[in-house]
Design a protein around this ligand. Structure first.
Ligand code: SF4
Length: 191
């Protein structure tokens, strides 16, 4: 596992998939106590493109404020639609979301491997609307196949979601009101 020297002590590297800046804040502060965190932005599930750019802009802002290394992957929106097309009628929290999680976590695992960082995780489990058990199970399966370690989390616990929202508000960050994909936008569920 890659070790990153952060001046004070040597911490193991951690690649953290970030779905947006608001959701990344609380997990980042928790994890950075023990790990040298790098943010990884890979979210082809965010539509339309101006919304994707808006969320990415704020991730760049927190990266700059807190000096967090940031890796931005390509916006592979066509690939996302290809993978999820037959699941467009699925409700939020259904099979389409599992495919969406898998796509994003597979890319994070591949990047972790490339970076020689054996440990990766995701901010997705901070959402009260997402099933952390399903996310952890998908992450673990991917990690096992790649001989990596997936950090199983439930960042929403202990008021994690409220804490991250407060942090986001203090920085005047954008807070979206839908999950990300066009299907969730049409139904306008919670973020
Ligand atoms: S609702 Fe959210 S998690 Fe589910 S497919 Fe759409 S963007 Fe992905």
């Amino acid at each position: 596992m890659m070790a990153v020297n952060n001046k004070k002590k040597l911490k193991p590297g951690f690649l953290l998939h970030a779905c947006c800046a608001t959701c990344a804040l609380h997990p980042y502060f928790l994890l950075s106590e023990n790990f040298a965190v790098t943010l990884f932005f890979y979210n082809p599930n965010i539509h339309p493109e101006h919304e994707y750019k808006r969320r990415l802009k704020d991730v760049k802002i927190i990266s700059k404020i807190y000096k967090i290394p940031l890796i931005i992957e390509r916006y592979e929106v066509k690939k996302w639609f290809k993978l999820t097309k037959i699941l467009e009628k699925e409700p939020e929290g259904g099979k389409r979301c599992d495919v969406c999680f898998k796509m994003r976590l597979e890319k994070t695992a591949a990047a972790a491997k490339k970076l020689n960082t054996g440990l990766f995780g995701t901010t997705l489990t901070i959402s009260p609307h997402k099933n952390h058990i399903a996310i952890n199970s998908i992450g673990k399966t991917i990690a096992d196949a790649q001989k990596l370690i997936f950090y199983e989390s439930n960042f929403k616990k202990k008021d994690g979601f409220k804490k991250t929202m407060r942090l986001s508000k203090s920085l005047s960050l954008y807070q979206q009101n839908y999950c990300g994909c066009i299907y969730s936008l049409q139904k306008k569920p919670a973020p």
